[in-house]
Design a protein. Sequence first.
Length: 456
Amino acid sequence: MEKESRSPLTNNAEGKKAGEVSNRSEARALQTELNRAQSMIEQLREELETVRTRSTQGEDAKDALVKLSEEMRKRDLVGERELAIAREFQKRFLPLALPRFDGVAFAVRYLPCACVGGDFYDVFDMGNDCVGILIADIAGRGLPAALATAVTKTGFDTFRQNEYSPKVIMEKTNVHVAKSTVNSHFITAFLAVLDVETLKVKYVNACHPSPLLQRGETLELLDAEGLCCGIFDEPNYEERQLQLEPGDRLIFYTRGLVTAVNADGKPYENTRLCEFAQARRQEPLDDVLDGLMGDFKAHLDGVEQTDDVILVGVELRPVAREEERIVIPSDPQQLRRVESAVIARLQQLNYGERAIFAVRLALEEAVVNAIKHGNKMDKAKKVTVTFSVDSRECRITITDEGAGFDPDAVPDPTMEENLEVPHGRGLVLIRAYMDDVTFTEKGNGVTMVKKAPWTT
């Protein structure tokens, strides 16, 4: 089920537009602070050069050293102020809260370094049952990196409006960043768009560490080709698509996790990350991320952290189906009532025409068989239809009040010797059009399952 051109809900769009304006205002505020700090630093450099010149021209050396020390102290204060501005501004671009979706859990751990690395993440509701997951790493430190963060984040916020292709969003952001920052501040980023109804995820990778996909006993990397964002005119982003399943877990991370070296000069490395994640795969998502951060700190063992570390976890959890129940008398005219309810749910969840045709045909055969052959057209007897439809399957159970039958004893009408036998054609059609068909032990009930087209 593609989500290429659908518009999000109006209230979401208004909120996103307001957020975009806010981000732009904060970007301008940061630029003002950056210009002020750079001006102060330049002024101090000029004064420092004057002190040095006077010292070489015979001015009292002791007096010159006092002035030099004072200027150095002022420069340190300016540097601290610069870092404080960068750190505070960086926090403003982190999401205040994570979106909520049935069947999807999110967890985040953020460990900034003292020098402000510029890394950031975002998890955002895109409308139409889609959620975006973004993680990015800015090259550089301090205020310049914070400014690059502001420019990049504003680009992503702007270009994801009414767009569900991560490739298109990344390409437009790449152009925006290239025009708005200097070449030394390129960005690596990974952007995924998850449809929480179909569990399909589309993603692109701009030279960022590949996230981990855990599925039971297996672990794989979400690889995709693409160059850094903000440098190249043709970054050649490759958009890939993957069908996820309930129970799958994704772990996104920034480069600062796997490149951090300890006192022995040994990096944490991707291998250690994968081994740790697999060893803890049965633990809750929050506990796994906490454990990873603890293992990372144990690796450093007191060595100063020189880059930001961000972990974003996504876990798909089974959603309990809401089962609906319809009871009808043994009257074929009541079939329309049952069909309308079931087909409406299929259409609501965007099942295709072929799937809807298959369910309609099987439902008609099963209900009519229950009325005619099970209840013998006795209107005092009921036919009970229970059904549930979600993004993965349509499950229908039909039960009558008859004596039941042995489905294995029904002649197979596809065999030559049974071509003229009037019974069994309905069962053949049901089995042909549904993915799974089972009968109750008594034979007075049948459960039919049709998988969603995008899961087969």
